[in-house]
Ligand binder design. Structure first.
Ligand code: BGC
Length: 656
């Protein structure tokens, strides 16, 4: 009893509770279970637990909960998590354990968690990662089509199933939080993040918000070992920036459109940028929202406002009007984008960001500076204690809902299922349904398996890195990023039956008489502004610094064009498959010689799904999630535009 009293007294003192009255003393000497602080009592309602814990926290502990560091900054000394009271850790793109295996991931997150639990109040960390097409950072994960392909399926149930698998592979290997889905509405295909969008209309994006349900489950299911907290991003208008207004981020270079400025009237912004957040919050109860790096400058405004400092939209609209009750996580060093070049200091940006309504700050390496700045801002009255308590309550609420206080460590029950056949079967179905058949003359598709030769060519026929795109093993992805799965060529070989398959990437090998030609062309991987048309011609990536990359121009490369020309000139039937994160310009010459044209998007690890449709074991049912322009000069081009004259309209897709 004495021990209990002392421990209770210590806890109460820590919480700032005065043990002046005998009544309190009686209370602390109560039976053993009464000694459990309310916040550690799973039987109590979450709001009670939050209030109790909040009441025990010091300012430093509260500020810490609002802080997120990148794993590379704490990996060599995870005790920083407790000493700096960090509330969260993330893996940025390509920031992975060694070896990069599911078990090593779970071990790593558990190691950080152990460090967090050593803190005074034992508050678990929340670990976040970009599960944007499956847990693409992790070798062995099932890698799904990027969102543009999922949008083409027009199949919300399938999208929920895919994201459920993605959630399971993420949670069973440690992270409990996905920075996904992007509910961006991509209005200009020159944007390097077009493939992260489900499509160019808010209606389609909203239809695909079942992704949130797949990640989080129904309300109450966040605790389950196969669900993660989701993030609707990037709030708002990331896909609506004007070409030519891009990046204000001096550290990563100048992008023509990514991170640019939305120059529209408020009604257009409401319709194309804000609308998808209404169902995300109200129907799907998304747990977190990430502001956009972009700015808004409504018609008539004299200045532009960065979304990270946009109090009207974050606090006024999102939290106030729409009732968002989760928490807002800033993007990677996102507050650096507030008032760039205006002489604004880091400390001022912290104040502007937190007062705008950001609750947690992604400060990968300068988290200590952030904590110092925020603490100072509270002490000098620039940020109110009420704002801090609101932010911390929102974060703690999600931690309780995720069950982290009861089960802080990774539940590995489903870890053996990472990348297994059942998961890959769902990804393969997503690939099948995402294929869009744009042209089919001479019944070129489906390919008939009646002997002869299938001649396969093109830069993307046998490259799993290219078909997976950005956010695969590394931030930018890469042609040499090899992951378990099948390439499109491997899929074709599996289907070929008695036909002979000849493969010549550049089509330099002779094309046999009567052959069926399949030329798989398209883009090499990129992410964010590096994928902007006429953006930087190099990529910045950990371990891959300033590597030259082909300029992004929405055209076929000259090697791919000549492969199409060669194969189509000689083959009996000529099928062109475009593997890309957006529509590419198909010159009239190439189009004329092509019998069938397929948009395969970025299918991910299951290239067989592309072959399933080519050979007719699955049917083409996908329809365009974005308008397919005739030329790049038509950008931005979207359904509903005056004088709309695309090569293929939004929603188009032939069936087999
Ligand atoms: C991206 C976000 C991403 C974050 C963390 C940023 O560069 O804009 O979408 O979630 O990095 O990796």
């Amino acid at each position: 009893m004495i021990t209990i009293t002392i421990r209770s007294a210590a806890r109460a003192a820590v919480a700032g509770v005065l043990l002046a009255s005998p009544l309190v003393a009686v209370a602390v000497a109560a039976p053993a279970q009464a000694d459990t602080p309310a916040y550690e009592d799973a039987a109590r309602p979450v709001p009670q637990r939050v209030a109790d814990l909040l009441g025990r926290m010091t300012l430093a502990e509260k500020v810490g909960q609002m802080t997120q560091a990148e794993r590379a900054s704490i990996d060599s000394d995870p005790s920083i998590i407790a000493s700096d009271n960090l509330g969260s850790v993330l893996s940025g793109g390509g920031s992975v354990p060694t070896p990069n295996t599911p078990t090593a991931w779970a071990d790593m997150v558990d190691r950080y968690q152990r460090a967090a639990l050593a803190s005074r109040l034992h508050i678990p960390i929340l670990y976040g990662i970009d599960t944007v097409h499956g847990d693409g950072n992790m070798y062995g994960a099932t890698v799904f089509p990027h969102n543009i392909g999922l949008g083409a399926t027009r199949d919300p149930a399938l999208v929920a199933a895919a994201e459920h698998v993605a959630a399971s592979e993420t949670r069973s290997t440690g992270p409990q939080w996905a920075f996904a889905p992007c509910i961006c509405v991509a209005r200009d295909d020159r944007w390097g993040r077009t493939y992260e969008s489900f499509g160019e209309t808010p209606a389609l994006v909203e239809q695909m918000e079942t992704a949130i349900d797949g990640l989080q489950g129904r309300p109450g299911q966040l605790k389950d070992n196969d669900r993660v907290l989701a993030t609707a991003k990037h709030f708002a208008g990331d896909g609506l920036t004007t070409y030519g207004t891009g990046s204000n981020d001096q550290t990563t270079g100048n992008y023509p459109i990514d991170q640019g400025v939305d120059q529209v009237d408020r009604a257009t912004f409401d319709r194309l940028a804000l609308a998808p957040y209404v169902p995300a919050v109200q129907q799907h109860h998304v747990g977190s929202v990430m502001p956009s790096y972009s700015d808004v400058q409504f018609t008539g405004d004299t200045t532009r406002t960065n979304m990270h400092g946009n109090r009207d939209l974050i606090t006024g609209w999102l939290k106030g009007k729409e009732g968002f009750d989760g928490f807002v996580i800033s993007d990677y060093n996102g507050i650096d984008h507030i008032q760039p070049g205006a002489g604004t200091t880091f400390e001022q940006r912290v104040v502007l960001g937190v007062n705008a309504g950001i609750d947690m700050f992604m400060q990968p390496s300068n988290f200590a500076d952030f904590e110092a700045a925020l603490t100072d801002a509270v002490n000098t009255g620039q940020v109110s204690m009420a704002r801090i308590d609101d932010a911390v309550s929102r974060i703690l609420t999600k931690k309780f809902e995720l069950g982290l206080f009861e089960h802080p460590y990774t539940d590995r029950t489903q870890l053996p299922e990472v990348g297994d056949a059942a998961h890959r079967a769902i990804a393969r179905r997503a690939v099948q349904e995402s294929q869009v058949l744009l042209r089919n003359r001479k019944h070129a598709l489906p390919i008939r398996r009646n002997g002869g030769t299938i001649y396969v060519a093109g830069s993307n026929a046998d490259n799993i890195g290219n078909q997976s795109g950005g956010w695969t093993l590394t931030w930018q992805g890469g042609s040499t990023n090899v992951i378990p799965g099948t390439t499109i060529l491997q899929g074709i070989r599996q289907h070929a039956g008695h036909a002979r398959v000849t493969y010549s990437a550049t089509a330099s090998a002779p094309v046999p008489h009567g052959a069926t030609g399949v030329v798989v062309v398209g883009e090499t991987p990129y992410s964010e502004g590096f994928g902007d048309v006429n953006g930087p011609q190099w990529a910045y990536d950990p371990g891959d610094h300033n590597v030259p990359r082909p300029v992004k121009d929405m055209q076929l490369s000259s090697a791919d064009k000549s492969a199409v020309d060669r194969v189509c000139a000689a083959a009996a039937k000529c099928i062109v498959v475009v593997v890309s994160g957006r529509p590419l310009q198909i010159d009239p010459k190439q189009l004329k010689e092509t019998d069938a044209l397929v948009a395969a998007w970025l299918p991910g690890s299951e290239g067989e799904g592309v072959a399933d449709d080519l050979f007719g074991t699955a049917h083409y049912t996908g329809t365009l999630p974005v308008t397919w322009p005739r030329t790049v000069a038509q950008e931005p081009i979207n359904v509903g535009d005056p004088n709309y004259d695309p090569l293929y309209a939004y929603g188009f897709g032939l069936r087999t």
